[in-house]
Design a protein around this ligand. Structure first.
Ligand code: MN
Length: 128
């Protein structure tokens, strides 16, 4: 059996982490959860996940900085990073992309849409 597609979710809000983990595990993904950026970096180095979901508002080091660090990492730069943020002010999408994020999902998370969004960012389907 092939290894399941693995997704690292960096998120300090435990309720969001549990919700997203439950939804994605039900879709057959292996989900790694990290509550801050440095924990996320360590998990990324250890597991090289197929996709990273990155909360932007994180304690200590924010998701923009963590994305820049991951994207300058020789072994991790290829992993798609999707920003997950409640920041809806104009320019936040652009800022996420400028930091190196490959895509952007706005909070609150729509659990009905999330599996399709994940497949899209994994390159497995088109959004409609
Ligand atoms: Mn947060």
């Amino acid at each position: 059996m092939p290894a399941p597609t693995s997704i690292l979710y960096v998120e300090d809000n435990v309720d969001n982490r549990l919700l997203v983990t439950r939804v994605l595990e039900a879709e057959g993904y292996q989900v790694l959860g990290a509550s801050d950026g440095l924990d996320g970096l360590a998990l990324a180095e250890a597991h090289e996940p197929d996709l990273i979901l990155m909360d932007i508002n994180l304690p200590e080091i924010d998701g923009y900085s963590m994305t820049a660090r991951l994207k300058s990492h020789p072994h991790l730069a290829h992993i798609p990073i999707i920003a997950l943020t409640a920041n809806v002010m104009k320019g936040d999408r652009e800022r996420s992309l400028a930091a190196g994020c490959d895509g952007y999902i706005q909070k609150p998370i729509d659990v009905d849409q999330l599996p399709r969004q994940i497949e899209y960012f994994l390159g497995r389907r088109t959004l409609n």
